[in-house]
Design a binder for this molecule. Structure first.
Ligand SMILES: [Zn+2]
Length: 533
């Protein structure tokens, strides 16, 4: 699911997979996992194909997708491409028909990218730091070359920034927040949400620019909170471009570019210039080595050569085969943090992708064919603004007026958060459009009734109506239902890992989604809107 602080197609970030080599994947030995037990028996009246949806297979897929080797599946990255290949291979193995470009399973869409030239680096004491930083750029053509002494600018607050910064290298330190000292200083404030963090960087750039600076260096001593997370979304990293889809993209309002160093790199620089830190990790001195110099190079480039992809397949129906039901789930996530830690996105959305793969398998191997055709749509670009589903809805490879429903699953692995409840039959999910929503339909009504057979209770997920891929179908009049477990403490954190997913409830939720789609594919009538109930 995409973050809430991005109201529109937003400022992207990602990377052109052909240009940047990534670190060698960290692929450990296959984890030894506890027994899951056999799949549950089906409720009465369930279509037999549900039997193929199995907790063990869901877990196998989720662990593969959420492995560090996928590097957080950032749209257009090699990790996302590998994920798309995995999904396409699964569809091919099942004998499904391709529904992408040129009779393949892959549907590409074009992107613009803004990226750092390889010359971008900070050199100190003969050592070139060219990894583990981010740049918040001020224009697509930033070009900065500064060398000489660093100028101490404290935490970047107005009273700490001195004048005459032209051609100098201003140095700002954001230190770790203290537990409780009520300090309002910039460096001491705890990480707020991502928007506030962006606001801080913009303000610092403004202060420095007011004093004549051409660029600035920020030491981020706490790179694991919002100040670091934000850079993953909003910054340019050496191997990670910022992407733009269509005319989307918002200007941050940076007056000059800032180069922000990871905590590890920051400590190298602070040592070089003789800034001492106290026991809380906050600066206890300003620059003490007045002779320490450096060289800062920032070169930003832009082009329209990036692309990303969806993976699409279908199973032909029988007597209503020109019409189709879509199952959708996004497979992209948000990449890596500044310190290199991976956002594995196990719940978001390795869980839903695993569900989609299992649902596809259930349909493909079923003895009974559905009346309508069934499309399996695995999109990217979701986290950056629902790009892949937008592209599919605007460039449909199946006539849109013949698509009768979209069943979207995004985050289905954390419906049971209390370990004691696992297996208790208490599964809490959110669903949208709920009965309070004007787009409530027979599709949702049926989904709720089916979920009840698996012990799933639903609450309204209407706050997420525009925050996942079903929305791109809904906005064009296609009835949708969206199954989601809602936000939790690991949402968009590096702690969203596959060991935290509950594969027993995932099996029930994937079966609920599958059954809902099975009915929509076989019912005499297309799903219809009911309005608010
Ligand atoms: Zn998300």
């Amino acid at each position: 699911m995409r973050p809430s602080n991005t109201a529109g197609p937003w400022l992207p970030l990602l990377l052109g997979c052909t240009l940047w080599a990534q670190d060698a994947p960290k692929t450990g030995a296959a984890p030894t996992l506890p027994e899951l037990g056999p799949a549950s028996a089906l409720p009465e009246g369930a279509p037999p194909l549900l039997d193929r949806i199995d907790r063990g297979d869901l877990r196998t897929h989720a662990y593969w997708l959420a492995d560090d080797a996928r590097a957080g599946r950032y749209t257009s990255s090699t990790g996302q491409q590998a994920t798309a290949d995995y999904i396409a291979a699964h569809f091919a193995r099942l004998g499904l028909s391709p529904l992408g470009d040129k009779k393949g399973f892959v549907q590409n869409y074009p992107l613009e990218r803004v990226y750092l030239d390889k010359s971008t680096a900070l050199t100190i004491g003969g050592k070139k730091l060219n990894t583990d930083f981010a740049v918040l750029h001020s224009s697509d053509k930033d070009k900065v070359n500064l060398s000489g002494r660093f100028v101490w600018c404290g935490n970047g607050a107005p009273d700490q920034v001195q004048g005459g910064l032209s051609r100098k290298i201003p140095l700002v330190v954001f230190s770790k927040p203290r537990a409780r000292d009520g300090d309002e200083g910039a460096g001491r404030q705890g990480p707020g949400n991502d928007l506030q963090a962006v606001g801080r960087y913009v303000k610092v750039a403004q202060q420095l620019a007011n004093k004549g600076a051409d660029a600035g260096v920020v030491c981020l001593l706490d790179d694991q909170g919002s100040f670091g997370n934000t850079l993953n979304y909003r910054g340019l990293l050496p191997d990670h471009a910022q992407l733009r889809y269509g005319s989307g993209g918002r200007d941050l309002g940076m007056r000059i570019p800032l180069l922000i160093l990871s905590a590890a790199q920051s400590r190298l620089l602070l040592e070089h210039v003789g800034v001492e830190l106290d026991e809380d990790g906050a600066p206890k001195t300003a620059i003490t080595n007045e002779k320490a110099t450096g060289k800062l190079t920032i070169v930003v480039k832009a082009d329209d050569k990036a692309k990303a992809c969806n993976v699409v397949a279908y199973l032909p129906g029988t007597n209503k085969k020109s019409e189709a039901v879509v199952f959708s789930a996004h497979h992209d996530h948000v990449g890596r943090r500044l310190d290199g830690d991976v956002f594995n996105g196990a719940d978001d959305n390795a869980s839903g992708t695993s569900g989609l793969l299992e649902i596809a398998e259930a349909f493909a191997k079923s003895d009974e064919r559905p009346a309508r055709s069934v499309i399996f749509l695995s999109v990217s670009g979701e986290e950056l603004g629902l790009w892949g589903s937008h592209w599919f809805s605007e460039n449909p490879t199946w006539p849109l007026e013949k698509i009768v429903a979209d069943i979207n699953i995004d985050m289905i692995g954390r419906a049971v958060t209390d370990a004691d409840k696992v297996g208790s039959g208490k599964i809490g999910m959110q669903i949208t459009p709920s009965q309070d929503h004007e787009k409530f339909s027979t599709l949702v009504q049926n989904g709720v009734a089916i979920g009840a057979k698996f012990g799933i209770t639903f609450s309204s997920g209407d706050q997420y109506y525009q925050r996942s891929d079903h929305y791109n179908f809904a906005r064009l009049g296609v009835p949708v239902v969206f199954f989601c477990d809602g936000e939790h403490p690991d949402y968009h954190k590096v702690t969203d890992s596959p060991d935290k997913l509950d594969y027993v409830s995932m099996e029930a939720i994937a079966r609920t989604a599958c059954w809902t789609g099975w009915d929509a594919a076989n019912d005499k009538d297309r799903p219809r809107e009911l309005g608010k109930q």
